[in-house]
Design a protein around this ligand. Structure first.
Ligand code: Q9C
Ligand code: ZN
Length: 370
């Protein structure tokens, strides 16, 4: 499986984040992607860089004003005071209920609050460059699938699934998985499934596709009653309008076991297969790992192999997009386990297909004259 890296990711390396009023070391670090890249190389996987500019797809996924803000955020922060170059901006005010978000204020901190869901997105000079490079990798992965590649892994950061059309949050600025899905549609596909297996609900991705039926969104995550992002991810969120029935949330209680998690994965895979998707995007968070410092599920390293195996069973072209996962030392092994589990089953399927006894498990959409 080809892996796409974005060396530019290292330019996003904030010094700290805020936790309960204190400055703490960032969980979302360059070391995460480096650990995976090292393990990919060690295991002989092909590693390449992005070759597609995501600019046009980004305009389909994110609002014009949010992109404009992000591109100029650091320049505007420095313009307030040159001494700000050594400081990280954080929002201090948010347009909650009854306040207006349709008019963009001129004040920098007010704009930062307008475009933030939390104070979890430390922003530095190189943030835009890193985020854009990750989005470019996602768009490049879609181009590779279009050229016949069976699966691509985007070893990218910062992650994306908490970022909505108009806001950042949870270490995420641009929604890389949404870019991948949208780029696949732009490349001629009619139906895509997006499966989010990060520990945290992919609120940004859900909101981007909530009113649409061309992208099915399915997510397995910690119950938002107790887990971040708290305000989205409940099981009664099924999509709206055209998108009614194309959103499936499978929240699990904090502390859930691997067996409970794989039962939810089975439900998720059956829904993906029923969608008649022509390709699958996986928001691959590895923070379901038992040793993850900010999460509570109990998956072990070998369970990531099993995840890859089950996903290959869908027999769909797949783009894996890295999301969370903060046990940096084990991240390489866990990511490569997903990839190798996937490849193992996919090779078995190829052998069966050549022998003429392979049955496509994905339900074909009804009424399609293909
Ligand atoms: N004490 C992703 O996994 N809250 N984002 C952290 C830590 C924010 C996670 C609190 C968690 C965001 C992509
Ligand atoms: Zn997460």
């Amino acid at each position: 499986m080809i892996a796409i890296t974005s060396p530019q990711h290292r330019s996003h390396a904030p010094a700290f984040e805020i936790f309960r009023g204190n400055r703490v070391a960032c969980h979302e670090t360059p070391a995460r992607a480096d650990a995976i890249e090292n393990q990919l190389a060690l295991c002989g996987h092909t590693v390449t860089t992005a070759h597609v500019d995501s600019r046009e797809v980004l305009r389909q996924v994110h609002s014009e004003r949010y992109l404009r803000f992000l591109v100029h955020a650091w320049r505007d922060w420095i313009a307030l005071d040159p001494a700000n170059a050594d400081l990280q901006p954080f929002p201090a005010v948010w347009p909650v209920r009854t306040l207006r978000s349709d008019i963009e204020p001129q004040n920098f901190t007010a704009r930062l609050g307008l475009y933030s869901m939390d104070n979890g997105c430390a922003l530095v000079e190189g943030t835009w460059a890193a985020a854009k490079a990750a989005a470019d990798a996602a768009a490049s992965a879609a181009a590779l699938l279009r050229q016949g590649e069976r699966a691509v892994f985007c070893c990218t950061r910062p992650p994306g699934h908490h970022a909505g059309a108009d806001f950042m949050g949870g270490y995420c600025f641009l929604n890389n998985a949404a870019v991948a899905a949208q780029a696949l549609l732009g490349g001629g596909l009619a139906r895509v499934a997006l499966l989010d297996v990060d520990y945290h609900h992919g609120n940004g991705t859900q909101s981007i596709f909530y009113h649409r039926s061309d992208v099915l969104f399915v997510s397995i995550h910690g119950d938002p009653l107790t887990e971040y992002p708290f305000y989205l991810g409940h099981s009664d969120e099924c999509g709206a309008g055209e998108g009614d029935g194309f959103n499936l949330n499978l929240p699990l209680p904090a502390g859930s076991s691997a067996s409970a998690w794989f039962a939810a994965l089975e439900t998720a895979c059956q829904r993906v297969a029923a969608h008649g998707a022509q390709a699958l995007v996986v928001s691959l968070g590895l923070d379901t790992f038992a040793q993850d410092p900010i999460s509570t599920f109990l998956l072990q390293s070998k369970d990531f192999t099993r995840l890859g195996q089950r996903l290959a069973g869908l027999y769909l072209p797949v783009i894996f997009v890295l999301e969370g996962g903060y046990a940096a030392a084990e991240l390489g092994v866990n990511a490569v386990n997903v990839i190798e589990g996937f490849e193992q089953v996919w090779l078995q399927q190829e052998a069966q297909r050549l022998a003429g006894n392979f049955v496509q498990p994905t339900k074909q959409p009804s009424g399609g004259a293909v």
